[in-house]
Design a protein around this ligand. Sequence first.
Ligand SMILES: *Cc1c(COP(=O)(O)O)cnc(C)c1O
Length: 221
Amino acid sequence: MFIADNLHRIQQDIAGTSARLVAVTKTHPVALLQEAYAAGSRLFGENRVQEMSAKQPELPADVEWHLIGHLQTNKVKYIAPFVHTIQSIDSLKLFVEIEKQAARHQRVIEGLLQFHIAAEETKTGLSLSEAEVILQSAEFRAAQHVRLTGVMGIATYTTDEGQLRQEFRELRGYFEHLKTQYFADAPFFREVSMGMSSDYRLALEEGSTLIRVGSAIFGAR
Ligand SMILES: *Cc1c(COP(=O)(O)O)cnc(C)c1O
């Protein structure tokens, strides 16, 4: 019951924006995912390949699975048959492997370029120039099985509202730049994935289109 209440509250915060909610289900048992599904959730985010692969067969087929954690190239093959969106593309090598595995399964996998926006050095992600290297590559131009639909970022773990806004604006700025330079004719390039339990309201104000919320739905991990 509490999951439905939490989802309802978050949906009210989203109302009036065009954003969508990715329910981040990592570490939680399948029963809780089923409860969220029954309450209307269709986008689920997991950060580990093994855990996502184990849960996927237990949920209905219309779930959109989003991989939100760092992905090693040698693990792409395990999720390629079903993953909807890989939000954490952070290298050309990974992009090329996703293209290869998606082609093997005759699928199109959606992807977001993950940017480094946090002050902490540990949070991974691309710089703008690194992202542009990918977008200018022959591999990107030839790809037919990965569709880049936008950008993703993880803000600093802080309560400093000014800093959070600045980081969200930075990501939004990268999105606008790439949209103009590389995706002007691509309406599907429209996602700015930012905002988690503690900061999704700010992220919505700064133009998030995908919020990734875990503990505010399912409780502490
Ligand atoms: C765990 C996780 C989230 C959700 O975090 P909460 O604080 O529980 O909402 C969002 N994004 C990423 C990349 C995560 O790993």
